[in-house]
Ligand binder design. Sequence first.
Ligand code: 5AD
Length: 365
Amino acid sequence: MDYSAVLNKSVSGGKLDVSEIAVLLSPPDKECEKALFDAAYKCKCELLGRVVNLRGLIEFSNICTRDCYYCGIRKSNTVPCRYTMSINEIVHAAELAGVYGYGSVVLQSGERSDAGFVDFVEEAVRRIAELPYELGITLSCGEETLETYRRWRRAGATRYLLRIESSSEKIFSRIHPAESSFAERKAALKRLQQADFQTGSGVMIGLPEQSVEDLAADIIFFRETDLDMIGMGPYIPQEDTPMGKEFPDREGDAVKRLELALRMIAVTRLVIPDVNIAATTALQAIDPVSGRERGILAGANVIMPNVGDVSHRKDYQLYNGKPGLDENSRAIRQKLVESLAAIGETPRFDGTGDPLHYFKRTKKI
Ligand code: 5AD
């Protein structure tokens, strides 16, 4: 299949099938790759402007009941010191996001479903919703019951991120222990939509034995699941995890995964133009100088700067080389404004930056 013919079909709104998406993900040369990035960036700018939405990320607890083979905060890992921020600390971090004009916060944690945790998150959300800032509240706390999702939604959260990690059941079951179920993960995404959350998901890119066809199927999964937000990034081996030990990186692997992740962002933007796509921290972990900016230039429109307390950051190392470990939130904000200005983009201050797709899906516009 001719690369530019498929690219043109996509740009002019044609619905691509899985093999056409796989073609787009594999540009035969640098010129075709540049054409892909340019088309995706143009699509982002025309539909969403040269504006980047910000979400202040609060990693409020690293206690986790899951044992995912790739993740640095899996329950069996004894290296990180386990912590949970107090409600006051979380609210303070959210206030900081409000003062900075980020417009939105993401509360992320390890996964727990006990009653104490459900109450705790509900209370944190309620307190943040009372703050005198226009702050969107996103949660990213794993699989929960419909009732829990509804309680958190009623408390004032409007968005939820729950990655599928891979839409291939084969890969999913290789990277998770048996107690994690692929069907259950998909059902949880449906429950989030039922509870009226703006729903986000995503995958890791460059997992062992993951093919370009698998990644193309991931994009079809995003489209068919009618997601509003996509967050995906390169897989990065974490040395204390079973996968990190079994498949340590060889020279050049990380850069290849970063490039593949950027192509995934670009193709996703072309296939589902109206979703929010995050330029994730994992991009920056591999290219500390310009990883996230490259994500924006490939079509992403969201960045999630950290607003949590620096003291906990070393214990929230999902993967090696997580950036910003020594920086305080103010320094992170300043650097972000400057680096976005350098590529002609403006951060959106004081706006929640809801995904267009959600309003179309729920017929609210
Ligand atoms: N490399 C890249 N991403 C990771 N995550 C967890 N561990 C890793 C890793 N080793 C991602 C997962 C999870 C999100 C919070 O962080 O996709 O959903």
